[in-house]
Structure formats: structure tokens, C-alpha cells
Design a protein around this ligand. Structure first.
Ligand code: GLC
Length: 510
């Protein structure tokens, strides 16, 4: 049996506001993505995941959806989307959308209706509780905005639940009508031909109707990171059946945004829930061999019994870019070699292939309620003054954006862009890198090295986390296929690793 495409794919995340601006209004759009597909094809991305472009009041920049089956006019039209999908598929690029099932916008017609009266037929589509205005129904904490996850509605004298902003009321997945309506939104896009979904905070959809307090020692953690209810697994099994009824391996990638890898693993079910789940502890690991090793081992140990396939991610629209977190270009490049050498599906975040650093956002330009603007700076496409954008992009540029532009890096074979392209090509050419087993090699403390093997194909990866040269011994004869600094490529490997250098090795047969 052949393996599903998403196991060997490299997925590229697009944050549509920040990716590419076709109409010059300073905000990226769907036509902009379409116009840049050749960049993605040249890079070698197998799939894109597009953060929400649905109609939205944009309180959380699209993660507050007011219509699951449309395109916000800011981003274009459904016709623009259909054209994008067609052109992406023509380049063998699959398209995943971002489905936001835990909450809608408060401007969604469902909530507008629900909030009118306690007797509204849609009242129970959201989570309401009695009480007095002075004390919320429990101690749950919202991820942004005011600390409490509850907002008091004066008009109907009840509280409603929102794990995020007050403008993002939580849907009540206990109500079968909600389940049916949300299933319909999936079918709407599947019928149009999308290849799957990234599912926003999907571990939160099932909740114990008793809504018990979280223990006092966890009271300060946003409750969305703690919710882990068995009801969600039942919902995911239903959604999986819906998705699997479509041909061509449509995929569900869940954002299970909790810090415990063992709990994250349970959302793969017995091969009957998520196909893939994000694994975030990696994104929070410092640039240290031991921290990476721990995270990789915990992931492997947690997923192996379920025969579940890992994912790896270094950057996204919610966290500082790894180039910023690790503090240097050599480290960011070495991390890319490591990421693309691991066993599992890597997710890249647009601009990571350009080695972008987060923008410095002056206080008066901060727009995100969670303060995540820095990693959402626009992508510089060329070195013209507008960088390929309209005159006034919605956020400031990242530093060094002329030299970092896609056009400038395409002309420089030593650039980060060319490194990513070479690594993606190496993966595509090597069954071992795409699908192979992974085995650790013995190394000095500051180095991690492993082999990957599949059907006679073998690769090795070695990463030097130290600022000093290191020696590794890797049994057998190896040739350097790629290095993070593009030096000594093609040479026989003599065991020497430059400071903060990562190498991808291929067997050198006598
Ligand atoms: C997820 C998204 C984040 C959003 C939140 C609420 O964590 O990645 O951007 O703010 O969910 O939808």
C-alpha cells in the first residue's frame, strides 16, 4: 500500500494578511497568494495551509469567523479562491484551509441570533450560564483580553463563555445542530476541492458541561491550554469519518495547543481521529542539544505505540520566528537542516525560507490583542521601495528586508532561500528522508546526530549546537550532501563540524 501524500509532504503556512498584496491596499490577499505560487513551486513546497481568509470583523485577524463559507472582501472573492485552488493543483501544490471550530465571531449570525433572548432557537448554540454580574460561573481564564473567559450579557442576564476574546464566543458542541452545521462547513470546502484542514485549537471543542473550575495552581494558565475532554475524541472520530469519505487522502491537521506531548498524542486516536497533530514543545525548545533531544524522544515515545506520524514546526503566526528566538542566522539555518531531516511532516512558516527576523513593532503600531505582530510582518518580495507591496503595508517591515527579499536571495546561491530549496529537493529525492526510520548516533554533548533509513536508502544528519568546532564519529563512509552554511558540499565527511553547523550526509559507497 502506498503511503498517504501528507506523510512525505512539506507544508508551507501562509498568513494571508502578510504574504502577498495583489491589489496594493497594504493587506495581503488571495490573488496575491495565487500570483506567488511560482515561488512556492520553485521552492518545492508540496502543500500550503492558509490561515483564515473568511469573512471576519478581524478582532483576532480572521480567527473570529463570521461566515465559514466565504472569503472576506479584504482578501477577495470565492472566485479568487477557486482560481487559486486550480492554479495550485496545476503545480501539484495541495491546499489546506484553517477551520476554526471552537468559536465564531460575535458578529456571526448564529451568535447575533443567540444573544437576542434566552428563548432564541440558537441560544444553545453557545455556552451560557446563570449567575450574577459580580462573579463569573467559574475560574476559567481567556487567552487574550480580560482575564475571565466569561462575559456578562446585560440584556439577557447570563454569562457566555469565550476561551479567547469576548468577540470569540465558544460554540456549544454538545448541541447536535452545532455539530451538523460545522460538518456542513467542512463539506462546503471539501466539495470545492480543498485537500484538508488545519483545525484551530481543536482539542477545545468538547467540554464537560459541568464546566468545573481548574485547580488553583493552574488558574493563571489560559484555560484553552488545559482543556482535554473525552468528548472531543468522539467529535474527532465523526469528523474523521466525514473527511475519509472523500477521495484522495484529505487530511486533518489539528492544532492541539497543549504543552504535554503525551496528551497531544491521544488526539491521533487509534488511527481514527487526527491524521496529524501539531507538536509545539519543539517551538518552545531553546537552542540546546539536550532540549531538542528530549523533545524528539518524548514525541517518538508518545506516538510510536499509536503508529502515529509526527509533525515538526519551528515558526508560525503565534510565536516569535525561530531566527529571532535562536538569535543568529547560522543557528536558524542549522535548525532548518535538522527540521527537514527529522522523521515526520515539517511545517514551514512563510518567510522562514528567507531567514526573516521578527519586525520591531513600535507601540503605536501594535494591533494584535496577543502581541504577536512581530512574526506577522509582510514578506518582502523584491528590492523595489515597495518590496512588491502597496505603499503602506499593515505592519512594519522585518529588519534587513531589502537583502532578505525573495528576489535578492534567488540571485544568491548561498542564501537561506537556496538552502531551503536544496533541502526540500533532497527530501523529495530520498525515501529515507521522507519516510525512513530514525536512529540516534553516539555524539558529544553539544551534538545531535541520527540516521534515516528506508528500503536501502540511507541518510545521516548531524547538528552542532555549540559555538565551537566538534568532532563526530559516524560509522561508515559518508559524503556531505548539504550543509547549513553551504560549505564543503560534495566533499567526503571527515567527522568535523564547524560551529553551529548542521550537515546532511549521504552514504559514500566504496
Ligand atoms: C489558535 C491560532 C491563533 C488564534 C487562536 C484563537 O491558537 O493559531 O492565532 O488566535 O487559535 O482562534
Amino acid at each position: 500500500m502506498s503511503e498517504p501524500w501528507w506523510k512525505s509532504a512539506v507544508v508551507y503556512q501562509i498568513y494571508p494578511r502578510s504574504f502577498a498584496d495583489a491589489n496594493g491596499d497594504g493587506v495581503g490577499d488571495v490573488a496575491g497568494i495565487r500570483a506567488r505560487l511560482d515561488h512556492l513551486a520553485w521552492l518545492g513546497a508540496d502543500a500550503i495551509w492558509i490561515s483564515p481568509f473568511f469573512p471576519s470583523p478581524m478582532k483576532d485577524f480572521g480567527y473570529d469567523v463570521s461566515d465559514y463559507c466565504g472569503v472576506d472582501p479584504l482578501f477577495g472573492t470565492l472566485d479568487d479562491f477557486d482560481a487559486l485552488l486550480r492554479d495550485a493543483h496545476a503545480r501539484d501544490i495541495r491546499v489546506l484551509l484553517d477551520w476554526v471550530p471552537n468559536h465564531t465571531s460575535d458578529e456571526h449570525p448564529w451568535f447575533q441570533e443567540a444573544r437576542t433572548a434566552r428563548s432564541s432557537p440558537r441560544r444553545d448554540w453557545y455556552v451560557w450560564r446563570d449567575g450574577g454580574p459580580e462573579r463569573p460561573p467559574n475560574n476559567w481564564r481567556a487567552a487574550f483580553g480580560p482575564p475571565s473567559a466569561w462575559t456578562w450579557e446585560e440584556k439577557t442576564e447570563q454569562w457566555y463563555l469565550h476561551l479567547f476574546l469576548p468577540e470569540q464566543p465558544d460554540l456549544n458542541w454538545e448541541n447536535p445542530d452545532v455539530v451538523a452545521a460545522m460538518h456542513d462547513t467542512l463539506r462546503f470546502w471539501l466539495d470545492r476541492g480543498v485537500d484538508g484542514f488545519r483545525m484551530d485549537v481543536v482539542h477545545c471543542i468538547g467540554k464537560d458541561p459541568a464546566l468545573p473550575n481548574v485547580p488553583p495552581e493552574r488558574e493563571r494558565i489560559p484555560t484553552c491550554a488545559l482543556i482535554d475532554d473525552p468528548r472531543t475524541h468522539a467529535h474527532l472520530r465523526e469528523i474523521r469519518r466525514l473527511i475519509d469519505a472523500y477521495p484522495n487522502d484529505r487530511v486533518m491537521v489539528g492544532e492541539v495547543a497543549m504543552p504535554w506531548i503525551e496528551r497531544m498524542a491521544t488526539y491521533y486516536g487509534d488511527g481514527d481521529e487526527l491524521h496529524l497533530a501539531f507538536n509545539f514543545p519543539h517551538i518552545w525548545a531553546p537552542w540546546q542539544a539536550a532540549a531538542w533531544r528530549r523533545c524528539i524522544d518524548q514525541t517518538t515515545d508518545a506516538l510510536a505505540p499509536r503508529d502515529a506520524w509526527p509533525t515538526w514546526v519551528l515558526s508560525n503566526h503565534d510565536n516569535k520566528r525561530h531566527r529571532t528566538r535562536y538569535g543568529s542566522e547560522p543557528r536558524a539555518r542549522a535548525a532548518a537542516v535538522a527540521l527537514l531531516g527529522l522523521r515526520g511532516t515539517p511545517f514551514l512558516y512563510a518567510g522562514e525560507e528567507l531567514g526573516l527576523t521578527d519586525a520591531e513593532i513600535p507601540e503605536h503600531r501594535i494591533v494584535d490583542p496577543g502581541g504577536r505582530d512581530g512574526c506577522r510582518a509582510p514578506i518582502p518580495w523584491d528590492d523595489t521601495p515597495g518590496r512588491g507591496w502597496g505603499p503602506d503595508p499593515w505592519l512594519p517591515w522585518p529588519p534587513a528586508n531589502d537583502a532578505a527579499s525573495a528576489a535578492a536571495q534567488r540571485d544568491d546561491p548561498g542564501s537561506t532561500l537556496h538552502l531551503y530549496r536544496a533541502l526540500l529537493a533532497a527530501r523529495r529525492d530520498s525515501p529515507a528522508l521522507r519516510l525512513g526510520d530514525m536512529e540516534w548516533l553516539e555524539t558529544p554533548d553539544d551534538v545531535l546526530a541520527w540516521t534515516r533509513r528506508h528500503d536501502g536508502d540511507v541518510r545521516a544528519v548531524a547538528v552542532n549546537f555549540a559555538a565551537a568546532e566538534q568532532e563526530v564519529e559516524i560509522p561508515g563512509r559518508w559524503r556531505i550532501e548539504r550543509t547549513s552554511d553551504r560549505r564543503r558540499e560534495g566533499d567526503a565527511f571527515d567527522g568535523r563540524l564547524d560551529p553551529e553547523q548542521a550537515v546532511l550526509l549521504t552514504r559514500d559507497l566504496p
